[in-house]
Design a protein around this ligand. Structure first.
Ligand code: SAH
Length: 366
Protein backbone atom coordinates (compact mmCIF):
# COMPACT_ATOMS: atom_id res chain seq x y z
CA UNK A 1 0.00 0.00 0.00
CA UNK A 2 1.35 3.38 -0.86
CA UNK A 3 -0.64 6.35 0.30
CA UNK A 4 0.66 9.87 0.51
CA UNK A 5 1.08 9.62 4.24
CA UNK A 6 3.66 6.80 3.90
CA UNK A 7 6.08 9.37 2.55
CA UNK A 8 8.39 11.33 4.79
CA UNK A 9 7.23 14.87 5.37
CA UNK A 10 10.15 17.21 4.68
CA UNK A 11 8.65 19.79 7.07
CA UNK A 12 9.70 17.44 9.89
CA UNK A 13 13.40 17.99 9.12
CA UNK A 14 15.68 20.83 10.10
CA UNK A 15 18.71 21.52 7.90
CA UNK A 16 20.99 19.00 9.60
CA UNK A 17 18.38 16.25 9.44
CA UNK A 18 17.56 17.03 5.82
CA UNK A 19 21.24 16.98 4.85
CA UNK A 20 21.60 13.60 6.56
CA UNK A 21 18.51 12.33 4.74
CA UNK A 22 19.92 13.37 1.37
CA UNK A 23 23.26 11.82 2.20
CA UNK A 24 21.63 8.54 3.14
CA UNK A 25 20.01 8.54 -0.30
CA UNK A 26 23.38 9.02 -2.00
CA UNK A 27 22.80 12.72 -2.72
CA UNK A 28 24.97 15.69 -1.88
CA UNK A 29 24.10 17.23 1.50
CA UNK A 30 23.92 20.74 -0.04
CA UNK A 31 20.66 19.68 -1.63
CA UNK A 32 19.19 20.36 1.81
CA UNK A 33 19.92 24.08 1.44
CA UNK A 34 18.39 24.21 -2.02
CA UNK A 35 15.26 22.39 -0.96
CA UNK A 36 14.82 24.44 2.23
CA UNK A 37 14.97 27.63 0.19
CA UNK A 38 12.27 26.37 -2.13
CA UNK A 39 10.05 25.29 0.71
CA UNK A 40 10.40 28.22 3.11
CA UNK A 41 11.44 31.14 0.93
CA UNK A 42 9.39 30.38 -2.17
CA UNK A 43 6.50 28.65 -0.40
CA UNK A 44 6.71 25.70 -2.77
CA UNK A 45 5.14 22.34 -1.95
CA UNK A 46 5.79 20.48 -5.17
CA UNK A 47 9.14 19.04 -6.23
CA UNK A 48 8.31 19.83 -9.85
CA UNK A 49 8.75 23.52 -9.10
CA UNK A 50 12.31 23.05 -7.81
CA UNK A 51 13.94 23.92 -11.10
CA UNK A 52 17.55 23.87 -9.92
CA UNK A 53 17.24 20.14 -9.21
CA UNK A 54 17.61 17.68 -12.08
CA UNK A 55 14.47 16.06 -13.43
CA UNK A 56 15.54 12.64 -12.21
CA UNK A 57 16.11 13.87 -8.69
CA UNK A 58 12.78 15.69 -8.64
CA UNK A 59 11.05 12.45 -9.61
CA UNK A 60 12.90 10.49 -6.92
CA UNK A 61 11.97 13.04 -4.31
CA UNK A 62 8.32 13.05 -5.30
CA UNK A 63 8.24 9.26 -4.91
CA UNK A 64 9.83 9.27 -1.46
CA UNK A 65 8.78 12.50 0.20
CA UNK A 66 6.16 15.20 0.46
CA UNK A 67 5.79 18.70 1.83
CA UNK A 68 2.65 18.51 3.90
CA UNK A 69 1.43 21.38 6.06
CA UNK A 70 -1.79 21.51 8.05
CA UNK A 71 -4.77 22.51 5.90
CA UNK A 72 -7.14 25.39 6.53
CA UNK A 73 -10.41 24.42 8.21
CA UNK A 74 -11.42 28.01 8.99
CA UNK A 75 -9.96 31.44 8.36
CA UNK A 76 -11.35 34.34 10.40
CA UNK A 77 -10.43 38.01 10.19
CA UNK A 78 -10.81 40.44 13.05
CA UNK A 79 -11.81 44.05 12.54
CA UNK A 80 -8.41 45.03 14.00
CA UNK A 81 -6.47 43.23 11.23
CA UNK A 82 -5.60 40.10 13.17
CA UNK A 83 -6.50 36.80 11.67
CA UNK A 84 -7.09 33.36 13.15
CA UNK A 85 -6.77 30.06 11.38
CA UNK A 86 -8.18 26.77 12.47
CA UNK A 87 -5.71 24.30 10.98
CA UNK A 88 -6.64 20.70 10.36
CA UNK A 89 -4.00 18.02 10.96
CA UNK A 90 -3.68 14.71 9.13
CA UNK A 91 -5.39 12.82 11.99
CA UNK A 92 -8.39 15.16 12.02
CA UNK A 93 -7.39 17.15 15.10
CA UNK A 94 -7.61 20.92 14.75
CA UNK A 95 -5.45 23.62 16.27
CA UNK A 96 -5.41 27.41 16.16
CA UNK A 97 -2.84 29.94 14.96
CA UNK A 98 -3.15 33.71 15.19
CA UNK A 99 -1.62 36.51 13.07
CA UNK A 100 -1.26 39.90 14.77
CA UNK A 101 -0.12 42.89 12.67
CA UNK A 102 1.29 45.91 14.51
CA UNK A 103 2.83 49.11 13.21
CA UNK A 104 6.39 47.85 13.55
CA UNK A 105 6.01 44.09 13.15
CA UNK A 106 3.69 41.21 12.32
CA UNK A 107 3.59 38.41 14.87
CA UNK A 108 2.40 34.86 14.41
CA UNK A 109 1.27 33.07 17.56
CA UNK A 110 1.65 29.35 17.01
CA UNK A 111 0.58 26.23 18.88
CA UNK A 112 2.89 23.49 20.13
CA UNK A 113 0.41 20.85 21.29
CA UNK A 114 -3.11 19.67 20.51
CA UNK A 115 -4.69 21.10 23.66
CA UNK A 116 -2.69 21.46 26.84
CA UNK A 117 -2.06 19.27 29.85
CA UNK A 118 -1.29 22.02 32.37
CA UNK A 119 -4.82 22.94 33.40
CA UNK A 120 -4.27 26.62 34.28
CA UNK A 121 -7.61 27.68 35.71
CA UNK A 122 -7.98 30.91 33.68
CA UNK A 123 -7.16 29.43 30.25
CA UNK A 124 -9.66 28.24 27.69
CA UNK A 125 -7.24 25.80 26.04
CA UNK A 126 -6.87 24.03 29.39
CA UNK A 127 -10.61 23.47 29.57
CA UNK A 128 -10.47 21.62 26.26
CA UNK A 129 -8.10 18.98 27.63
CA UNK A 130 -5.13 17.45 25.86
CA UNK A 131 -4.68 15.12 22.91
CA UNK A 132 -1.03 14.93 21.82
CA UNK A 133 2.17 16.76 20.96
CA UNK A 134 2.43 18.39 17.55
CA UNK A 135 5.07 17.04 15.18
CA UNK A 136 7.85 19.39 14.05
CA UNK A 137 6.17 19.60 10.66
CA UNK A 138 2.87 20.61 12.25
CA UNK A 139 4.61 23.35 14.24
CA UNK A 140 6.67 24.86 11.42
CA UNK A 141 3.78 24.07 9.05
CA UNK A 142 1.68 26.75 10.80
CA UNK A 143 4.27 29.36 9.88
CA UNK A 144 4.72 27.92 6.40
CA UNK A 145 0.99 27.93 5.67
CA UNK A 146 0.32 31.33 7.25
CA UNK A 147 3.19 32.87 5.25
CA UNK A 148 1.84 31.42 2.06
CA UNK A 149 -1.70 32.70 2.70
CA UNK A 150 -0.47 36.15 3.71
CA UNK A 151 1.63 36.38 0.54
CA UNK A 152 -1.42 35.49 -1.57
CA UNK A 153 -3.23 38.46 -0.04
CA UNK A 154 -0.27 40.79 -0.23
CA UNK A 155 -0.43 41.15 3.57
CA UNK A 156 2.69 41.96 5.57
CA UNK A 157 4.82 38.84 6.07
CA UNK A 158 5.44 37.41 9.52
CA UNK A 159 8.42 39.10 11.22
CA UNK A 160 8.06 37.59 14.71
CA UNK A 161 6.95 34.23 16.05
CA UNK A 162 5.69 33.59 19.55
CA UNK A 163 5.18 30.06 20.84
CA UNK A 164 2.19 31.25 22.84
CA UNK A 165 -0.67 29.39 21.24
CA UNK A 166 -2.18 26.13 22.43
CA UNK A 167 0.06 23.91 24.54
CA UNK A 168 3.18 24.06 26.69
CA UNK A 169 6.14 24.19 24.29
CA UNK A 170 8.65 22.90 26.84
CA UNK A 171 6.61 19.70 27.23
CA UNK A 172 7.15 19.06 23.51
CA UNK A 173 10.80 19.95 23.61
CA UNK A 174 12.42 18.07 20.74
CA UNK A 175 9.78 18.82 18.12
CA UNK A 176 9.63 22.48 19.13
CA UNK A 177 13.42 22.76 18.84
CA UNK A 178 13.44 21.38 15.29
CA UNK A 179 10.83 23.98 14.33
CA UNK A 180 12.75 26.77 16.11
CA UNK A 181 15.89 25.80 14.25
CA UNK A 182 14.01 26.15 10.94
CA UNK A 183 12.58 29.52 12.00
CA UNK A 184 16.08 30.86 12.55
CA UNK A 185 17.87 29.13 9.68
CA UNK A 186 19.01 31.56 6.96
CA UNK A 187 18.14 28.93 4.35
CA UNK A 188 14.63 28.55 5.77
CA UNK A 189 12.61 31.26 7.59
CA UNK A 190 15.62 33.42 8.56
CA UNK A 191 14.08 35.08 11.64
CA UNK A 192 16.63 36.47 14.11
CA UNK A 193 16.75 34.96 17.57
CA UNK A 194 15.23 38.06 19.14
CA UNK A 195 12.20 37.58 16.96
CA UNK A 196 11.34 34.10 18.16
CA UNK A 197 9.87 33.89 21.67
CA UNK A 198 8.99 30.80 23.63
CA UNK A 199 6.42 31.22 26.37
CA UNK A 200 6.36 28.73 29.23
CA UNK A 201 4.53 28.16 32.48
CA UNK A 202 7.93 27.19 33.92
CA UNK A 203 9.01 23.59 33.34
CA UNK A 204 12.30 23.90 35.22
CA UNK A 205 14.31 20.92 33.90
CA UNK A 206 13.31 21.79 30.32
CA UNK A 207 14.32 25.44 30.89
CA UNK A 208 17.75 24.18 31.83
CA UNK A 209 17.94 22.10 28.67
CA UNK A 210 16.73 25.05 26.62
CA UNK A 211 19.72 27.11 27.70
CA UNK A 212 22.00 24.41 26.31
CA UNK A 213 20.50 24.35 22.82
CA UNK A 214 19.24 27.85 21.99
CA UNK A 215 19.12 31.50 22.99
CA UNK A 216 15.70 32.53 21.70
CA UNK A 217 13.69 35.05 23.71
CA UNK A 218 11.91 33.74 26.75
CA UNK A 219 8.52 34.63 28.21
CA UNK A 220 7.35 33.31 31.57
CA UNK A 221 3.69 32.98 32.49
CA UNK A 222 3.91 34.00 36.14
CA UNK A 223 0.47 35.42 37.02
CA UNK A 224 0.97 35.46 40.80
CA UNK A 225 3.58 36.84 43.20
CA UNK A 226 3.37 33.99 45.74
CA UNK A 227 3.24 30.21 45.68
CA UNK A 228 -0.13 29.88 47.40
CA UNK A 229 -1.93 31.78 44.69
CA UNK A 230 0.18 30.46 41.83
CA UNK A 231 -0.46 26.88 42.94
CA UNK A 232 -4.14 27.58 42.33
CA UNK A 233 -3.81 29.46 39.04
CA UNK A 234 -0.98 27.45 37.47
CA UNK A 235 -1.04 23.96 39.02
CA UNK A 236 2.41 23.25 37.56
CA UNK A 237 3.69 25.53 40.32
CA UNK A 238 3.09 22.73 42.83
CA UNK A 239 5.91 20.88 41.09
CA UNK A 240 8.15 23.84 40.24
CA UNK A 241 7.64 26.69 42.71
CA UNK A 242 8.28 30.34 41.90
CA UNK A 243 11.79 30.54 43.37
CA UNK A 244 13.00 27.59 41.27
CA UNK A 245 11.36 28.89 38.11
CA UNK A 246 12.83 32.36 38.53
CA UNK A 247 16.28 30.92 39.20
CA UNK A 248 16.07 28.86 35.99
CA UNK A 249 14.98 31.98 34.05
CA UNK A 250 17.82 34.00 35.57
CA UNK A 251 20.29 31.33 34.49
CA UNK A 252 18.73 31.25 31.02
CA UNK A 253 19.28 34.94 30.33
CA UNK A 254 22.69 34.91 32.01
CA UNK A 255 24.42 38.08 33.03
CA UNK A 256 23.97 39.93 29.74
CA UNK A 257 21.45 42.47 28.60
CA UNK A 258 18.67 40.05 27.78
CA UNK A 259 15.44 40.18 29.73
CA UNK A 260 12.65 37.73 30.34
CA UNK A 261 9.14 38.87 29.48
CA UNK A 262 6.94 38.13 32.47
CA UNK A 263 3.30 37.58 31.55
CA UNK A 264 0.71 38.41 34.17
CA UNK A 265 -2.97 37.94 33.44
CA UNK A 266 -5.09 40.52 35.27
CA UNK A 267 -7.88 38.79 37.21
CA UNK A 268 -10.32 40.99 39.09
CA UNK A 269 -9.97 40.59 42.85
CA UNK A 270 -7.61 37.62 42.51
CA UNK A 271 -4.10 38.84 41.70
CA UNK A 272 -4.52 42.58 41.03
CA UNK A 273 -4.20 44.36 44.41
CA UNK A 274 -1.64 47.04 45.28
CA UNK A 275 -0.01 44.67 47.76
CA UNK A 276 0.30 42.02 45.05
CA UNK A 277 1.89 44.54 42.69
CA UNK A 278 4.48 45.38 45.35
CA UNK A 279 5.05 41.68 46.07
CA UNK A 280 5.53 41.06 42.36
CA UNK A 281 8.14 43.80 42.17
CA UNK A 282 9.97 42.26 45.11
CA UNK A 283 9.88 38.76 43.64
CA UNK A 284 11.28 40.02 40.35
CA UNK A 285 14.01 42.11 41.93
CA UNK A 286 16.77 39.74 40.88
CA UNK A 287 15.44 38.76 37.46
CA UNK A 288 16.21 41.02 34.47
CA UNK A 289 12.64 41.28 33.27
CA UNK A 290 9.88 43.35 31.77
CA UNK A 291 6.24 42.74 32.51
CA UNK A 292 3.33 42.28 30.14
CA UNK A 293 0.02 42.73 31.90
CA UNK A 294 -2.62 40.79 30.00
CA UNK A 295 -6.23 41.82 30.68
CA UNK A 296 -8.08 38.55 31.27
CA UNK A 297 -9.94 37.39 28.18
CA UNK A 298 -13.19 35.69 29.04
CA UNK A 299 -14.40 32.42 27.55
CA UNK A 300 -17.57 30.40 28.15
CA UNK A 301 -17.77 29.11 31.73
CA UNK A 302 -14.75 31.09 32.93
CA UNK A 303 -14.79 31.70 36.68
CA UNK A 304 -12.90 34.99 36.46
CA UNK A 305 -13.51 38.59 35.50
CA UNK A 306 -11.12 41.04 33.90
CA UNK A 307 -9.62 43.70 36.20
CA UNK A 308 -10.91 47.20 35.49
CA UNK A 309 -8.75 49.49 33.33
CA UNK A 310 -8.17 51.75 36.37
CA UNK A 311 -6.98 48.79 38.45
CA UNK A 312 -4.64 47.66 35.67
CA UNK A 313 -3.20 51.19 35.35
CA UNK A 314 -2.62 51.42 39.06
CA UNK A 315 -0.97 47.99 39.16
CA UNK A 316 1.26 49.05 36.27
CA UNK A 317 2.19 52.34 37.98
CA UNK A 318 3.33 50.53 41.12
CA UNK A 319 5.58 48.28 39.04
CA UNK A 320 6.90 51.30 37.13
CA UNK A 321 7.77 53.05 40.32
CA UNK A 322 9.65 49.94 41.40
CA UNK A 323 11.73 50.36 38.25
CA UNK A 324 10.24 47.57 36.13
CA UNK A 325 9.27 48.25 32.52
CA UNK A 326 5.61 47.27 32.37
CA UNK A 327 3.19 47.40 29.48
CA UNK A 328 -0.43 46.43 29.25
CA UNK A 329 -0.95 44.11 26.34
CA UNK A 330 -3.62 45.33 23.97
CA UNK A 331 -6.34 42.80 23.51
CA UNK A 332 -6.32 41.82 19.86
CA UNK A 333 -8.73 39.72 17.88
CA UNK A 334 -11.26 39.31 20.68
CA UNK A 335 -14.13 39.54 18.19
CA UNK A 336 -12.91 36.25 16.71
CA UNK A 337 -11.86 34.64 20.03
CA UNK A 338 -8.23 34.92 19.01
CA UNK A 339 -6.99 36.69 22.13
CA UNK A 340 -4.59 35.14 24.69
CA UNK A 341 -6.13 32.16 26.41
CA UNK A 342 -9.08 31.88 24.05
CA UNK A 343 -7.63 29.35 21.62
CA UNK A 344 -9.62 26.16 21.76
CA UNK A 345 -9.13 24.23 18.51
CA UNK A 346 -11.20 21.15 17.94
CA UNK A 347 -9.96 17.75 19.03
CA UNK A 348 -10.69 14.67 21.05
CA UNK A 349 -9.68 15.11 24.67
CA UNK A 350 -7.71 12.17 26.07
CA UNK A 351 -7.77 13.40 29.63
CA UNK A 352 -11.54 13.54 30.10
CA UNK A 353 -11.00 16.98 31.54
CA UNK A 354 -13.57 18.51 29.26
CA UNK A 355 -16.14 16.06 30.57
CA UNK A 356 -15.18 16.62 34.20
CA UNK A 357 -15.31 20.35 33.70
CA UNK A 358 -18.76 20.15 32.13
CA UNK A 359 -20.00 18.23 35.16
CA UNK A 360 -18.49 20.82 37.50
CA UNK A 361 -20.18 23.66 35.67
CA UNK A 362 -23.55 21.95 35.72
CA UNK A 363 -23.02 21.00 39.35
CA UNK A 364 -22.07 24.58 40.17
CA UNK A 365 -25.17 25.97 38.53
CA UNK A 366 -27.66 23.91 40.50
N1 SAH B 1 1.89 27.13 28.06
C1 SAH B 1 2.63 28.32 27.67
C2 SAH B 1 2.19 28.81 26.34
C3 SAH B 1 0.75 29.35 26.28
S1 SAH B 1 0.92 31.03 26.29
C4 SAH B 1 2.54 29.35 28.78
O1 SAH B 1 1.88 29.08 29.77
O2 SAH B 1 3.21 30.37 28.70
C5 SAH B 1 -0.59 31.70 26.47
C6 SAH B 1 -0.49 32.98 27.30
O3 SAH B 1 -1.82 33.49 27.46
C7 SAH B 1 0.04 32.69 28.68
O4 SAH B 1 0.73 33.75 29.24
C8 SAH B 1 -1.26 32.46 29.39
O5 SAH B 1 -1.09 32.52 30.75
C9 SAH B 1 -2.12 33.55 28.82
N2 SAH B 1 -3.54 33.31 29.02
C10 SAH B 1 -4.14 32.11 29.16
N3 SAH B 1 -5.46 32.27 29.33
C11 SAH B 1 -5.72 33.57 29.30
C12 SAH B 1 -6.91 34.35 29.38
N4 SAH B 1 -8.10 33.77 29.54
N5 SAH B 1 -6.81 35.69 29.28
C13 SAH B 1 -5.61 36.26 29.08
N6 SAH B 1 -4.45 35.58 28.99
C14 SAH B 1 -4.50 34.25 29.09
Amino acid sequence: MSTETDKVNLLDFDRAALAAWFEARGEKPFRAQQVLKWIYQQGVDSFDAMTNLGKGLRGDLAAAAEIRAPTVAADQRSSDGSRKWLFQLADGNRIETVYIPEPDRATLCISSQVGCALNCTFCSTARQGFNRNLTSGEIIGQLWMASRLLAQDGTRPVSNVVLMGMGEPLLNFDNVMVAVSLMQDDFACALSKRRVTLSTAGVVPALRRLAEVTDISLALSLHAPDDDLRNRLVPLNQKYPIADVLQACRDYVGGGRRRVTVEYVMLDGINDSDAQARALARVLRKLPSKINLIPFNPFPAAHYRRSSPERIDRFRDILHRAGIVTITRKTRGDDIDAACGQLAGDFRDRTRRRERFAVQVIGGAT
